[in-house]
Every structure is written in C-alpha cells, then in structure tokens.
Design a protein. Structure first.
Length: 520
C-alpha cells in the first residue's frame, strides 16, 4: 500500500497535499517522491514510503521508466519531462533544447495554448537565447508534434507497463507473488480443509511462515540460532522445514508410498511439485483427496515443529506420520469424500477406500423410485480471449447400464449456461424417445440449476421461466443435486465436448434392463 504513494505522487500533482509536500522537501514537479536529498528531514511516513519503493521486488517495476501518460486534457502531463508521446520524454529526445527552454515543468495544455499560432523556432519567449540554424530545425520537429495535439475533456491517465492501465494493489501483489511462486496460491482457498489450515498453507506458499530465518531477517530474534530446531543441520526457512528437513523427507516418502504413486525426484522436490502430483489421478475425487492429504502432512510438520520449539519435545517420526493420516481421514470424512464404513483400511490403502466409498455413494444414488437415472454437466473455460464450452451426460437404467449418452460443444458463455443447456438437451432427447412415459431423476452438480428446475416444475413460476417449464411439460422428471465428485462421467463428457466440433448423441438398445433384452 505504501508503494502506491509513488504512483499517486505523479498522477495527482495538482492535489493540495502534493503541492505542499513538494514545497516542503524541495522536490520539483517531475521528480519522484523519494528523490529529495534532505533525508534527515524526512518524516517517518516519508521514510516508510521510501523504504517500500526500494523493496527489491518493487524497485524496478515501480521505476518511472515503467510509467507513461495517456493524453486527454493535457492539464497534468508535463510537456518536457513526462513520457506521453513515444517511448521517451521530449526532454530526453531533445536535451539541448530542454536546457534552452524557458517553459520547463509546464503542462501540455499550457504549451498547446502558448505555441498555437507562433513560430517556436524564432520566438524569444520560448528560449533563453535565439536559436541557431541547426537548433531551429530540431525545434520545428517539436512544433510539428504540438500541431498534432488534440485535447479532450477527460483527465490525463497514467499507465503502468505491467497492466496497461493505472497501478492497482492487486496487480502489484500478483506481480510480486508470480516471481516467487510458479503457480497461483488461489487454489488454497478451495481446499476442503479447516480455515486455519488454509491460512497456514497460504503463508507457506508465499514463504512468509514465522520460521527462525524469516524472523531473523526482520530483526526479531527469539533464539540465538536460526538453525532448524528439528534436524539442527541447516537454517530454518519455509522450504527447508516443509521439504528438505529429515522429518519432512520421511513424511513425503511415506506419502508417495501410501498412495502408491511415483515419488518426485529429489532435485525437483518442491511444494509446487507435490501439489501437482494430483495430476497422476484420473478422477476429480482422487485429486481432491490427495490435496487434502498434502495439506494434512504440511500442517502436521508445522505442528511437530512447534512442539519442538515451544515444548522442547522430541520428534517421533512414526507418531507424526500416523497423526497426519488421521487428520486427513477426519477432513475427508467431514467433506463426504469417504464413508465411515469404508474407512477401515484408510491408513493402508487410501485409493481403495476412495473407490469403495464412491461405489457405496453411487449405489445409494441409484436406489431411487424412478425407472431411469440421468446425469448432466456443463463445462466453460476461458483461454485468452476465447471461451470453450461443452455439454455432456448420460441416462442409466436401474441396473446401472448406460442407455443414452451425449457430448458436444456449446454456445454458452458461462458455466451455468452450459449446465442449463446440458439439462435441456437431455430432457428433449428423453421426450422424443420411446422411454418418455417412464419416470426419471436427473442429477446435476449445479445447485442453482436444481433450484431453478424445482421452481419451474411447481404450480407457480414466472413468465421468464415459462419456456423452461414447457420442456418439462407432460414428463415425469425429477431433478436432484449430486456432488461434483460423483458426477465424474458427465463431467468427462462435457469437457470432451468442449474440444469437439459437433454434438453427438446415441441411444443404446442392446443393454440389459427393464426396457430391453440383451441380444442372443
């Protein structure tokens, strides 16, 4: 926040606080906020702003070379000193004329009015002495530039090179964090773990955990040594504690063995690489559960470290490993990722528990009164300036056999539109089939869409939803919510559809079930 004052210093030159501070510290209109030579006269606030502007990650990015002006009314932009026409200021492109000019630190609008109708190469009011022939030729180029000026009513805008617009705290923060962290930490807030753990993971991701080394860099010495309290071999940084320490290595070795996946090579080991191991799993539910387990492992390492620091306890590796597995189990149970009656073998085979739980949950979903069970999903992703949307879904009989499936691209611009289009396509396909007299329940992982369908299928609905109601008219269809983890097949079809050029659908008639007999 302090660093933004440098931006305001240049963009708000006409404000009273700006004029007063420039006069107090003897800073000219085109100089930066911290260019004063009287450092001993600076207030504490100015010292803090100066220190913030010299922060290693910000100093280069907030330099004046990365800012330029967009000309509007010309009242704020300095004609000679600011960058508003081309990649350099006129002062830098014509240094000799700038020295001769009597109109330094004057705005573009003032220059425009002053030079309008005058020959700047011969007029004495613009220069401290008559210009020589070669200087007149150079001045005529500036005159040509002035004649091209078109002023508007809006205020001048200062543009930051990194955003193509004004400086914002969010943009500056994103720019700082992207250099220290190869992936965004936004996913942390979506993890199915307690909030205090999310905050811890966010700090770990940014490298701002209060380790001994971190505190020592800020002149906070709670110990005579910055050595890791667990292994007592190296300095305690966030990376060392969570990745390189002997306790951390033991935890991650056990983690990869526990999940039966290929470990990360030692030279590539990092927080990012551990999170990205979720890509080894084919189902969304497994990827979510892996991240819950990683969160539990990191949290456990931190808790054990604190026990060593504040209670002087010894590290017991097996106890630490058992504890993080138990934590992960509790968090997965709380989020219905696994079921209690299937969690017996959690500490031995988490993938087996996941598979068993998913089968049990799907079995419960299939225990409905309706004859058919439908699943729909929509996908909408943005890549650059383009959106790629798709829809997908299927219909199963009560024996679990697929009797209808569809997948294809969509014209939707939002995820909700894609979800709606997928549902409408499934309902229309059902209404035109031989099964339309049957009862069907349609599962969607979009709660908003489920509520909307419940509204339109009731006795009263608004006119704007009348079209949707017509689709369900005369059909025995019920819509229900399903967690996205259990809607993986429809999700796969929707994402596949987003990559396709044509919508495809198919009724399968050779499946066993109450409506058709298997072919001999």
């Amino acid at each position: 926040m302090l660093s933004k004052w440098n931006f305001r210093w240049n963009s708000e030159r006409q404000k009273s606080w700006n004029v007063w501070m420039r006069g107090k510290y003897g800073i000219s209109a085109h100089e930066s906020m911290t260019s004063t030579q009287h450092l001993n006269k600076l207030s504490e606030s100015m010292k803090a702003i100066k220190k913030a502007s010299e922060f290693p990650g910000l100093r280069e990015k907030l330099s004046q070379d990365n800012f330029a002006w967009k000309l509007k009314n010309g009242k704020t932009i300095l004609f000679w000193e600011d960058r508003w026409s081309g990649k350099s200021s006129i002062k830098d492109t014509h240094p000799k004329l700038y020295k001769l000019s009597t109109l330094k630190e004057i705005s573009v609008s003032e220059v425009f009015e002053c030079w309008k109708g005058n020959d700047i190469s011969t007029s004495c009011q613009f220069w401290s002495r008559p210009l020589r022939p070669w200087e007149m030729e150079e001045a005529s180029k500036i005159g040509d530039l002035v004649r091209t000026i078109t002023l508007a009513k809006d205020k001048d805008e200062m543009i930051w090179a990194y955003t193509k617009k004004g400086l914002s705290l969010k943009a500056a923060t994103d720019l700082l964090t992207c250099n220290s962290s190869p992936i965004s930490w936004e996913f942390v807030w979506k993890l199915k773990v307690p909030n205090k753990v999310k905050i811890f993971l966010w700090k770990a991701h940014l490298g701002i955990l209060p380790t001994r080394n971190f505190l020592a860099l800020r002149n906070i010495k709670l110990s005579d040594s910055t050595t890791c309290p667990v292994c007592k071999l190296e300095g305690e940084t966030t990376g060392h504690l969570l990745i390189e320490c002997k306790m951390a290595k033991a935890v991650w070795t056990q983690m990869f063995s526990w999940w039966q996946i290929n470990p990360v090579p030692p030279h590539e080991m990092s927080l990012m690489s551990i999170w990205q191991q979720s890509k080894q799993f084919s189902t969304r539910k497994a990827r979510i559960t892996w991240k819950v387990c990683v969160s539990a492992a990191l949290w456990c390492i931190w808790l054990v470290r604190n026990q060593v620091v504040f209670r002087n306890m010894e590290v017991k590796m097996q106890s630490a490993i058992s504890y993080f597995k138990q934590l992960a189990k509790e968090w997965c149970l709380a989020n219905n990722l696994i079921l209690q009656n299937a969690a017996t073998w959690w500490s031995v085979n988490p993938m087996g528990v996941l598979t068993s739980s998913e089968r049990a949950q799907l079995s419960n979903i299939m225990q409905v009164e309706e004859d058919l069970i439908g699943f729909t999903d929509g996908s909408c992703k943005t890549r650059g300036e383009f959106k790629f949307a798709g829809i997908g879904g299927n219909i199963l009989n009560k024996k679990g056999n697929v009797i209808f499936s569809f997948s294809g691209p969509s014209s939707a611009t939002t995820s909700f539109e894609a979800e709606s289009q997928a549902l409408e396509f499934l309902v229309k396909s059902f209404s035109n089939s031989d099964y339309k007299a049957s009862n069907m329940v349609i599962y969607s992982d979009c709660l908003k869409l489920v509520h909307k369908v419940l509204e339109v299928t009731t006795a009263h609905c608004t006119d704007e939803k009348q079209d949707l109601r017509e689709i369900f008219k005369g059909l025995k269809i019920r819509c229900a919510f399903i967690p996205s983890e259990l809607n993986s097949e429809a999700d796969f079809l929707a994402k596949k559809g987003a990559k396709s050029k044509h919508l495809t659908s198919c009724w399968i008639t050779n499946c066993s079930g109450p409506f058709s007999q298997p072919k001999p």
